[in-house]
Ligand binder design. Structure first.
Ligand SMILES: [Zn+2]
Length: 324
């Protein structure tokens, strides 16, 4: 695995840089080709090109990171992470993978703010463009699951028209089935979220019905790009395993959150089957630690490329050194 220069896709010019100022470009929430905050990170896994692109961040209540945890322990964790007690900024990462002539978008960000006051997210489409990724070049989309922060970008006005008509959208069959009548009895979300999630998933399945290619259990999207169902977070939640020339990297979607290294048994508020989600998390982290594989995940701090080490009964997060 090595970082790859993306200078060929860099669009900012000296002139553009001259007119930038900290006032209007240092905020990740502001669109523009001349953003000073980096929103993409490229690396290679053997022959496979990988580009992590940030959709922005989601500001969510701190309790979401472990609704079964003792509130005092949870507050102490936030304090130890130098985070405020009431709100946590969750990164929102998507990935573009190129292998065997196919261009695969893994997850699609949240898209338009669905009335939930998440103004720092929804940046993916213009950031893909800024990274030189033409929507018409995308041959496949893999969705780890149908929560709106993973599929909403494809519902932004005008996006569908710019995607190719023969686009294939891969989603585990159980996920499609789940959203016909979703069970929210074990989640712990802020008000408004369950309705927004139901609405967005339903709308997505309607609008992209013809492009959907549901798979059972696992599917090889391109050489060395295998999407595999884990369940837990949602019934059809899947991860993407990349393998080429002895290199390996897993995109874990929502199977792993930042707090999950130290507290893998904490229930995230968005998990529809939190007990199973915790089992999935522990199994995956153990496996990644054992085979020393790289990890990228949706809500780990951008660019989220890291490794996993075992630390007693729990795990240790080892961020990759930036290579650029
Ligand atoms: Zn998510």
């Amino acid at each position: 695995m090595s970082a790859q220069s993306s200078s060929n896709t860099r669009r900012s010019t000296a002139a553009a840089e001259t007119k930038t100022s900290l006032d209007n470009t240092s905020h990740p929430g502001r669109p523009g080709l001349d953003e000073l905050v980096p929103s993409r990170y490229a690396l290679r896994v053997g022959e496979i090109d990988v580009l992590v692109v940030s959709d922005g961040v989601l500001s969510l209540p701190g309790a979401m990171l472990g609704h079964n945890a003792d509130p005092a322990v949870r507050s102490a964790w936030l304090e130890n992470m130098f985070q405020p007690p009431d709100v946590l900024e969750w990164a929102l990462n998507a990935v573009v993978v190129r292998s065997g002539g196919r261009t695969i978008l893994i997850d699609a960000g949240i898209g338009m703010d669905p009335g939930l006051n998440l103004p720092k997210a929804g940046q993916l489409i213009h950031r893909l463009e800024a990274a030189g990724v033409d929507l018409a070049s995308v041959t496949d989309v893999v969705l780890t699951h149908l929560h709106m922060d993973h599929c909403g970008g494809l519902l932004v006005d005008g996006v569908r028209e710019r995607l190719r008509p023969d686009l294939r959208i891969h989603l585990e069959a159980a996920e499609v089935e789940f959203w016909a009548s979703p069970d929210f009895s074990h989640v712990s979300m802020p008000p408004g979220f369950p309705d927004a999630l139901r609405r967005t998933a339903k709308r997505f399945l309607n609008e992209y019905h013809n492009q959907l290619r549901p798979f059972e259990k696992e599917y090889e999207v391109a050489p060395g790009v295998l999407v595999t169902r884990t369940g837990g977070h949602t019934p059809g939640h899947s991860v993407v395993r990349l393998a080429s020339g002895g290199d390996r990297l897993t995109f874990a979607g929502d199977a792993v959150f930042q707090v999950g290294f130290e507290h893998p048994d904490w229930y995230n508020g968005f998990e529809h089957d939190p007990e199973e989600a915790a089992r999935v998390r522990v199994r995956l982290l153990r496996e990644l630690a054992a085979n020393r594989e790289a990890l990228v995940a949706t809500h780990l701090s951008f660019p989220s490329v890291c490794h996993v080490a075992v630390a007693g009964n729990v795990f240790r997060w080892v961020p990759a050194f930036w290579d650029y």
